[in-house]
Structure formats: structure tokens, C-alpha cells
Ligand binder design. Structure first.
Ligand code: NAD
Length: 346
């Protein structure tokens, strides 16, 4: 086995598995690991991930793809064998509409995570890095947009109050990794991602949904919720850098926020999308549609301290880059025809 993973590690030749590596975030992580010279495998059932996200790597043979369902113990054992590091991103996951309307599918993540962690331990994997979420934070702290609240890691404490079965499964996975570290000595880290956006993002998440609506000239332009809800959208390259630093610097299953501390009101983001794209349309709010918490923003002090990480991309710049990508990559007729489905499904 190669040298242990630590700050300043040489990644070249390191055997690394990315579960869910065909996804939006997963594929950007794969790009960064390949660029560091790691020997990267991906395990994905392609239920929401897309081969197109990995096309270059698959063509050049730099990445090995294992297509299958990680809820199968045999498949999970097979793909973790010989890996030194596992980044676990595979999950039943989608935007707000998906999470609220697919509780049973999201609960399946409890099984997926348990099987994967057990397989990793059995195979002697050195470390598991887990894609957790802001959805582990107590709902009751996130209801008042007029309050300036920054969610700190230690606020996730009994009595827990996670966000839907999706959030509970993320929380259980964090706790499982902590127990595996304490009882079995398996190294681990959990990264709590906060509302990620960027190229390859999906329309079922708010930023890409707003861009898609502008792209097809939706009129009136719909904003789900009252529009007063506050988010801290975090650009995907910052998330990837934080995740790799967590792999290098955290061993004891500590969970760390990866999110900006920029407080963005959804209506302001929608107005910026319309202004940058030059689309002249009226905004209407839809409070009855899936909205999520009204006030979710990370405190990222722990990431600064443990990972020497801070977000490099300001929301306004990341938004413009994402709009430029979307307008160049997507087909207007297809998006127009499928918009309702794209917004709600995975
Ligand atoms: N996008 C965000 O804002 C955000 C925020 C917090 C956490 N996360 C987490 O980050 C990870 C990646 O999310 P994403 O937004 O890039 O896209 P995503 O939801 O499409 O990623 C999930 C990936 O897992 C794969 N997958 C699902 N079930 C599987 C199974 N049973 N077996 C094998 N593969 C399976 C999918 O095909 C997909 O590639 C997920 O774990 C998600 O929960 C994302």
C-alpha cells in the first residue's frame, strides 16, 4: 500500500475509489484526483450520474468505471477491494422537490452507507471521506430569514432534528463513521456540503433551475417559496478542494462544514440571473412549492482551522461562470419541453 494520506501527500499512483463519481460533484472530484495523479476508480449505478461527465477520462482509460448498485454487498465488496481511500458520494439525492417527495428512496441511503462502510472496513481501506450535507442541521434553527445565523458543527447534537429522511441518513452515516473510527480504528472524515452549484449541475437544484428558467424565457419567472429564503451557494471547485483537504488532514471522523458565509436571498439571486442573461420577465413567487429551510448558511471557521480552506469563488462570479456554461451546453428546445420534469426529478 502507498504511503498514508496526509497534508502535502503525493497522490500519484494512489488507489482511490469515488462512489457516485459520475455525478455533478463526483465528476469534478474525479477530475481533481486524476490531475493529482491518483489511480481513480468510480462506482456508480448511473441513476442520476451521467457517463458524459467522465467522457474524457473513460476515453483515455485514466479512470476505471464499475457500474452497479452499491446496495449490493457483493458489488460494494468488489469495488472497495485494493483501495486505499474511498470518497463516498453515491446517494439517492436530488433537489428540494426530489427530497421532499421521495422519502423512501432517500431512506435507502441508510442501507447504502452501511453496506459501503462495512465493505471498506472489511477490505482494510485506510480512510473513508463522506459527502454529508447541511441537511444534518436542526430544522428549528433555520426558520427565520431575518436572523443572522451561521450553522456551527457543534449545533448538530441531541435531540437531533435533521431535514427529511435524506438528512437523517446523512446524520446516521456521520455517526456510523465516528463509531467505526472509535471502535475499529478506521480513519474517516465527513464534509457537510452546503448547496453546491457550478458547471454540470442539475436543474433540480435552485441555481441551475433559475438559469434554466431564464434560458427558456419562462414568463412569468417562477421562484419557489417566498423568495426570502437565504442560502450560501458554494462553487463546486471550492467543495472539491475542501474534500481533498479533508482526506489529507482529518482522520478521526470529524464532520466539517464546506460552505461560504455569503448570505444570499433567493430573490436577489433570481434578479441577478435575469439581469446577467438580459431576460426581461416578471418574477412570481410560489410559496406552496418545495422550499426547504428559510435560513441555511454555514459557519466555516472549523474548515479554516483544520483544513486551511476558504472558499475562493464569490457567488456573483461563480453564478456568471455557471450561466455561461449552461447557455453554451444546453439545448433550448429540450430544456423547454422537459422543464417541469427536470425541476422535480433526479
Ligand atoms: N449538490 C448539492 O448541493 C449537495 C449538497 C450536499 C450534499 N451533496 C451530496 O453530494 C453527493 C453528490 O451529489 P451531486 O449533487 O453531485 O449529484 P447526485 O445526487 O447525482 O450524486 C449521486 C450519485 O450517486 C449515484 N448513485 C445513487 N444511488 C446509487 C447506488 N445505489 N449505487 C451506486 N451509485 C448510486 C448517482 O448515479 C449519482 O452519480 C451526494 O452524496 C449528495 O447527497 C450534494
Amino acid at each position: 500500500m502507498a504511503a498514508r494520506v496526509q497534508a502535502g501527500s503525493d497522490w500519484s499512483g494512489l488507489p482511490v475509489l469515488v462512489t457516485g463519481g459520475a455525478s455533478f460533484i463526483g465528476s469534478h472530484l474525479v477530475d481533481a484526483l486524476v490531475a493529482r495523479g491518483a489511480r481513480v476508480s468510480v462506482a456508480d449505478d448511473l441513476s442520476s450520474g451521467a457517463l458524459g461527465n467522465l467522457a474524457d477520462h473513460l476515453e483515455t482509460g485514466r479512470v476505471t468505471l464499475h457500474e452497479g448498485d452499491l446496495c449490493s454487498q457483493a458489488f460494494a465488496r468488489d469495488v472497495v477491494a485494493g483501495q486505499q481511500l474511498v470518497f463516498h458520494l453515491a446517494a439517492a439525492h436530488g433537489g428540494r422537490g426530489y427530497l421532499e417527495h421521495n422519502q423512501a428512496a432517500c431512506a435507502r441511503n441508510l442501507m447504502l452507507d452501511g453496506i459501503l462502510f462495512d465493505a471498506a472496513r472489511g477490505a482494510g481501506v485506510e480512510k473513508v471521506v463522506y459527502a454529508s450535507s447541511g441537511c444534518v442541521y436542526p430544522n428549528h434553527l433555520q426558520t427565520r430569514p431575518e436572523e443572522t445565523v451561521y450553522l456551527r458543527e457543534e449545533m448538530v447534537t441531541p435531540p437531533y432534528d435533521a431535514d427529511n429522511t435524506y438528512g437523517w441518513a446523512k446524520l446516521m452515516a456521520e455517526l456510523t463513521l465516528r463509531a467505526y473510527h472509535d471502535d475499529y480504528g478506521m480513519k474517516a472524515a465527513s464534509c457537510r456540503y452546503f448547496t453546491v452549484y457550478g458547471p454540470r449541475g442539475m436543474e433540480n437544484h435552485a441555481v441551475i433551475a433559475m438559469i434554466a428558467r431564464a434560458f427558456v424565457g419562462q414568463n412569468p419567472f417562477e421562484v419557489w417559496g417566498t423568495g426570502e429564503q437565504i442560502r450560501n451557494w458554494t462553487f463546486v471547485s471550492d467543495i472539491v478542494e475542501g474534500t481533498i483537504r479533508a482526506a489529507e488532514r482529518i482522520d478521526d471522523a470529524t464532520a466539517v462544514n464546506l460552505g461560504t458565509m455569503e448570505r444570499i436571498r433567493v430573490l436577489d439571486a433570481a434578479e441577478e440571473v435575469l439581469s446577467y442573461t438580459g431576460v426581461d420577465t416578471e418574477i412570481v413567487t410560489r410559496p406552496e412549492m418545495p422550499t426547504g429551510p428559510y435560513n441555511r448558511v454555514a459557519d466555516n471557521r472549523l474548515a479554516r482551522e483544520l483544513l486551511d480552506w476558504e472558499p475562493q469563488v464569490k457567488f456573483i462570479d461563480g453564478l456568471h461562470r455557471t450561466i455561461d456554461w449552461y447557455f453554451a451546453a444546453r439545448d433550448r428546445t429540450n430544456v423547454g419541453t422537459d422543464l417541469e420534469k427536470l425541476l422535480l426529478e433526479r
